[in-house]
Design a protein around this ligand. Sequence first.
Ligand SMILES: [Zn+2]
Length: 250
Amino acid sequence: MLHICYLCLPEIIFFPGETHCQYNILETTMSIIRNAEASCTKCGAKDNITIYRSINVSENPELKDKVKDGSLFLWKCPSCGQVNLAKYETLYHDPDKKLMIWLLPDGIDISEAQMNSISLHAKAIGNYTLRLVSDTGSLMEKVLVADAGLDDAVIEICKYVTKMEIMAKTPDKEMAGNIASSVFHFYSVQGEGPDRTITLMYPSEGRMTGVSIGYNVYEDCLGIMQRNPAMKPGEGFERIDSAWLESHIR
Ligand SMILES: [Zn+2]
């Protein structure tokens, strides 16, 4: 066990809640895995579940797939069989991709100072992409986008452009309105190089519907971002989602 401080040893990555020179015990480069008590959403039974306070996918590559399919956050109630989603704060860290995604569910408070200190350390290490999300689905999506070698901010523009196009092709006003209010997600990328196609998903008439766009659409959206420097995400833990994009196009 090491007793170290984030200000005294800035080349090490520290985690939410760590304070300066408080002799916190840090497993700095490892995933931090704990047990916690959780209550079943159906029958209320309590169970001891595994929670991941931080997820380092270089140390634990097996965790990445479980993040990508969401299974890392699911637990089955031993009493009634209900599958529950565990909601907690975690820091996803992919050192190879220089990516950190902070999952901070609504209602969990974190001080700006803590967030800034981690941003500073990530910056010191160099050229990190830092993202803030508030739900598990968004964390999954960010990891899928990064693993596909795509830029999540550009993907947000792709989603917007695609949504507008589908709405324009939908003559029924109510249906078009439903599409306007639905959330689009990145799902997958197929093929190689310029022939790649990107599949987005959105809920329509009670089921998830896929829509594929060519890589040229992605390149066009990349061009839009490059021509608008104000759209470039900042260096801290940025929330890059549809609301972020709308703040730039209104
Ligand atoms: Zn239960």
